[in-house]
Design a protein around this ligand. Structure first.
Ligand code: HDE
Length: 684
């Protein structure tokens, strides 16, 4: 590939990144000045047992660089992981927007996505209860477009001025820095009770949405109303959605907490491995569109970020697909240095007056200035657009561009006024000319003051198991709150959503039941909000197979082959690593031992057993199975494996498949895996 005559930004994204990748294979060690180094184990000393000498420039450079390796973590969304991919639109969106990357189905736009938790530090666990960030950078031919989304469609607050307060309340308490990556503490719930616009978002946070099974199995929401503008200048309100092809699936709370210890990297590992295995995560892009003249047609304010637009009222139009198909080469360079900003837009996408969005438009660049150390973060390889940058901005920390010429101002005649602004026809971004009128006031519109109707809508839309999980989550979080007063305030607040919910929480945490009956008569529900109605498929579900020597080789090989043919991942668990030999000579390589894994790391368990001599094996196998049972997971058992279920009396339960006829067993087991969880199971 020749660089000649090309600006580094003019390559495809991958070619561009390639210019920054370094492969050390077979190379000599050098200093940062390119000098070959002859010694990297012993510093230069005055005598073998003497003091180190200042003169050792290699030692000093190595240590100095190391001393400066860390940058400040993100103030929120510190813990994250990302991948590269591409986006294609299904059909031209010309009618609605002039954004070029949404016009031509044959164009594949490179993307980079960073998923994150919100509250925890960079080293915190993946599986905590929290919203997830879902930020996508589209490297379009008109510059970068960032869709900086969450997996929850609404937000805690309505006005950005409250964001620092919100974040201070959910971060670890400042006097002792406890608890990490959790909202189960006094200051957060004190904030909730005293800022009741949080009511709706909290319902989502206490629901299964806040403990996703995988980044591959969660939705993404742009949250705010944005604007689509077409080439005629006509604007419409738009909300963005990512819909995962695998459906929306979650962990159960006990499982999520255990995973936090057994595998704190659970979600990043899942994403990494899926991409390495060729199971590329796919998400469809959906848009909800509201005509400008319909702005006031709804029983909520469409600019209020604590409200969603029910999909039954404003359908989600599926317009394209994103596929994540390449892991990063270096997490720091790509994931940590990625800088997203909802203000990175392209012609055809514009803002609205949502006061939360307006504040975000300030915050993101501001935060990068401290985090990435100055105004040149757009030059970092991951942040570079694939189109050239030409402007009069100069200098600053870490500047890499070598701007030629003496002119760095506009307007000028010495450089024929270059770089010169582009007209709208030439692709210049022209802000939508919304008419705005009003007095300068610090107030909130009355149309933003209903905090409970959609929290009720959410509650009404939940299935029975989902409602039970919400009650459990509130009871867990408030059960950790020390202040009785705060606990009571929250119970009383949630009586506005459901007296049944508030009473159940009060009962669990020893608070007083709320006074009076339900104030609201809202019965509306939105089936799209329940995960019961999501897509279910066996693809990429992970089955742990418990096996020992002398297992029935022929039968088990057949079962495993059929599971794999359905796209199910199979991993072998035994008491020791190495190979297990079947009765017919079949050999299976053990992937995990009882010590290195746990049932919480699998979606289903298949107990085969074999000729087991150790008591410990049986105890471990029985524990694995019992735990999976308590997490409502599919369990299959054949041959000697059946005894673990028989001994525990678990055989006649939904989702427990015991097999003699292997064909029948395999089909039933796959069906049980497809159903994911068996909530109608009685936990014994
Ligand atoms: Fe963010 N948010 N946010 N946020 N946000 C940041 O920017 C902020 C909000 C979201 O993977 C910060 O670069 C304010 C809503 C994601 O790098 C910061 C407000 C939504 C990410 C910031 C919000 C988000 C961030 C911290 C209220 C969903 C991670 C580091 C007005 C639509 C992006 C950074 C990544 C990150 C500010 C609310 C999503 C401080 C002021 C609503 C996915 O600038």
């Amino acid at each position: 590939m020749s660089n000649k005559g090309k600006n580094v930004n003019e390559f495809s994204k991958d070619e561009q990144l390639e210019q920054f990748r370094v492969d050390d294979d077979g190379q000599h060690l050098t200093t940062n000045q390119g000098l070959k180094v002859s010694e990297d184990e012993f510093s230069l000393k005055a005598g073998e047992r003497g003091p180190t000498l200042m003169e050792d420039f290699h030692f000093r450079e190595k240590m100095t660089h190391f001393d400066h390796e860390r940058i400040p973590e993100r103030v929120v969304h510190a813990r994250g992981f990302g991948a590269h991919g591409e986006f294609e639109v299904y059909e031209s969106m010309k009618e609605y927007t002039k954004a070029k990357f949404l016009q031509d189905p044959s164009v594949k736009t490179p993307v980079f996505v960073r998923f994150s938790t919100v509250a925890g530090s960079r080293g915190s666990a993946d599986s905590v209860r929290d919203a997830r960030g879902f930020a996508t950078k589209f490297y379009t031919e008109e510059g970068n477009y960032d869709l900086v989304a969450n997996n929850i469609p609404v937000f805690f607050i309505q006005d950005a001025i409250k964001f620092p307060d919100l974040v201070h309340s959910f971060k670890p308490q400042p006097h002792n820095e406890i608890p990490q990556a959790s909202t189960a503490h006094d200051t957060f719930w004190d904030f909730v009770a005293n800022n009741q616009e949080t009511a709706h978002m909290i319902m989502w946070n206490m629901s299964d949405r806040a403990i996703p099974r995988s980044f591959r199995m969660m939705e993404g929401f742009g949250v705010h109303a944005f604007r689509f503008v077409n080439d005629q200048g006509k604007a419409r309100f738009v909300k963005f959605h990512w819909k995962p092809k695998l459906g929306v699936h979650s962990l159960v709370w006990d499982e999520a907490q255990k995973i936090a210890g057994k595998d704190p990297d659970f979600h990043r590992r899942d994403l990494w491995e899926s991409i390495e295995n060729g199971d590329f995560p796919e998400y469809e892009l959906g848009v909800q569109i509201i005509e400008e003249e319909d702005e006031f047609k709804f029983d909520f304010d469409i600019l209020d970020a604590t409200k969603l637009w029910p999909e039954e009222e404003v359908p989600v139009k599926i317009i394209g697909k994103m596929t994540l198909n390449r892991n990063v080469d270096n997490v720091f360079a790509e994931v940590e240095q990625a800088a997203f900003h909802p203000g990175h837009v392209v012609p055809g996408i514009d803002f609205t007056n949502d006061p939360l969005l307006q504040g975000r438009l300030f915050s993101y660049t501001d935060t990068q200035l401290i985090r990435l150390g100055g105004p040149n973060f757009h030059e970092l390889p991951i942040n570079r657009p694939v189109v050239p940058i030409h402007n009069n901005q100069r200098d600053g920390y870490g500047r890499q561009t070598i701007n030629k010429g003496m002119v760095s101002y506009h307007k000028n005649s010495l450089a024929s006024n270059a770089p010169m602004p582009a007209t709208e026809e030439e692709g210049g971004y022209v802000h939508y000319q919304e008419k705005v009128e009003g007095r300068k006031i610090q107030a909130r519109s009355d149309s933003f003051k209903d905090h409970f109707s959609q929290a009720i809508l959410f509650w009404n839309s939940m299935s029975q198991p989902e409602k039970e999980h919400i009650i459990e989550a509130f009871s867990f979080e408030l059960g950790k709150v020390q202040s009785k007063d705060v606990q009571q305030q929250v119970v009383d607040m949630y009586a506005n959503v459901s007296v049944e919910l508030a009473k159940a929480i009060a009962d669990n945490i020893g608070a007083n039941p709320p006074q009076g009956e339900a104030a609201s008569k809202i019965t509306k529900s939105s089936p799209a909000l329940s995960q019961e109605n999501t897509k279910k498929s066996p693809e990429t579900r992970k089955v742990g197979v418990i096996i020992s020597n002398d297992f029935n080789g022929a039968d088990v090989s057949d079962v495993l082959k059929t599971l794999k043919a359905e796209g199910i991942q199979v991993e072998i668990i035994s008491d020791k690593l190495g190979k297990r030999k079947g009765s017919d000579g079949t050999e299976l390589e053990v992937d995990h031992t009882f010590l290195t894994s746990d049932s919480v790391l699998f979606d289903a368990i298949y107990a085969v057993g074999g000729n087991v001599e150790s008591k410990e094996f049986n105890q471990n196998a029985a524990y694995f199975i019992k735990e999976a049972f308590c997490h409502y997971k599919p369990i299959g058992a054949t041959h000697e494996g059946k005894k673990y279920l028989q001994e525990e009396n678990l055989t006649n339960s939904p989702g427990v498949i015991i097999g003699d006829d292997m064909k029948q067993f395999t089909q039933n087991f796959i069906n049980a895996i497809t159903a994911h969880r068996h909530w109608d199971r009685k936990i014994v």
